[in-house]
Design a binder for this molecule. Sequence first.
Ligand code: GUN
Ligand code: ZN
Length: 436
Amino acid sequence: PASQPTVLRGRVVTFRGNPFEGNPSDALLVEEDGVVVMENGLITHVGDWTALRASLPDNATIVNYGDALISAGFIDTHVHYPQLPMIASWGAQLLEWLDRYVFPVEATFADPVVAQAVARRFLTELLGSGTTTAAVYCTVHPQSVDAFFAEAERLGARMIAGKVLMDRNAPDTLRDTVRTGYDDSAALIARWHGRDRLLYAVTPRFAITSTPEQLEAAGQLLRDHDGLFMQTHLAENTGEIAEVARLFPNRSSYLDVYDHAGLVGRRSIFGHAIHVGEREFCRCHESDASLAHCPTSNLFLGSGLFRLFDALDARRPVRVGLGTDVGAGTSLSQLRTMGEAYKVAQLTGRSLHPAQALWLATAGAARSLHMEDRIGTIAPGMEADLCVLDPHAFPLLSDRCDRCESIEELLFVLMTLGDNRCILATWVSGRCVAGV
Ligand code: GUN
Ligand code: ZN
C-alpha cells in the first residue's frame, strides 16, 4: 500500500444503511462533489470537496474523476475462475453442462502453467469489471489454488478461494479422496489463510460429488481452523435436487445434507438456493449463513428464479450477495449482474430498486460475508478498494445519463446499460490496478 496519501475527487456513492429496510434512497450516502482520501491501503477521510480541500495533506496526489461515480469496489460472492475459458457454452442444463463442458476444462488445471495463465487472465478481467473481492472456486488440484492466491497476493486484493472437494460422480482425473481432500485443504489453509489479504474457503463442489464422509471431513476442517469460509452449491436445478434426494435418502432436505455435516453457519456461502422453502430460509437466517444470488447463471442454464424478496423477508432476513457464477454466468461484470437481478425480480413480480441492487453488489455482499467492517462501503478505516463508474463511457449511455434527474435514476441506467466500458478505474488497497 502507498504511504503517500491519494485523494480521489468525484461523485461519491455509498451506503449508510440497508436499502431493504425502509425507503431505499434513505440508505444511500451521496457526495455530489466528493473526495475520498486514502493512505496506507485504508480510507482515511470521505466528504465534500469544498469542505475538505483546505485540510488535505499537501503531499497528496489528487485524481479528479469529474462527474464519474466513486463506489466501493464490487464484491462477487460466487465465481469459478477455472471456468473462464468455457464461458458461453451452448445447449445444456446443469448436470449435462458440467459433464460436457466444465469437467474437461477443469481437468487441464492439473498443469500449473495453465492454472497460472487463467488465474492472471481472470483477475485482470475481474478488476477490469470493478470487482475487488470475490469468493472463488478453484479446481480439485491444489496447484490451482496456489496459482490463484499467488496472483491475488501480487495484486494486493482481498480474495476468498479454495480447492474443490470432489470424491465421486466425476471423472477419475478430477477426484480426490476423503484423506487427500482433507490433507491438501489443510496444507493450503496453512499456506494461504490469513496471509496478506487472502482467506480460505473449504469448497465441497456440491452434494452430488462428495460422499457423506467427505462432507464430514469438510466440517472437520471448519472446526479445526478459525475464520474459514465454506462455499458450495444448493438447490440450483430440479434434476440435481432429485439426484441429491436419491443419494441422501435419510436427509430431510438438500440443506440438511450440509447441515448434518456441520457446514451451515457463519461464513457459509450457498450458491443459488433457488428451489428452497421457508424451512431452509429460516435455518440460514438463524445460522447466519449466506446465499449467493447468481441471476445471469440461473437464466443462462434455465435453472429458475431466485426469490430474493422472500429470502430477505424482514421477519427472518437471510444474508444475500450477488454472484456472477462464471462460467455458467455470462459476465464477470456486477453491473450486468445487477441488471439481470432486476429482470429476475420483475419475473417474480417485484421491482428491485437501484440502491438495493448496488447494495447487493457492495455493502450487502460484505455483510453477507461478515466482512462489513473492512470492505463494501466508503468510510474512514475501511480498506481502500474502490471502483469508478463513467456515465459517459459510450454515446448511448452518455445521452441517457444526461437525462437523469436523480442519482437513483443514474444508478438504474448504469446497471441496465452499463458493462466494463463504464469502469473508468479500479483501486485496490489504495493503488490503481485497472484503468486510470
Ligand atoms: N453445481 C456444481 N458445480 C457447479 C458449477 O461449477 N457451476 C454451477 N453453476 N453449478 C454447479
Ligand atoms: Zn457455481
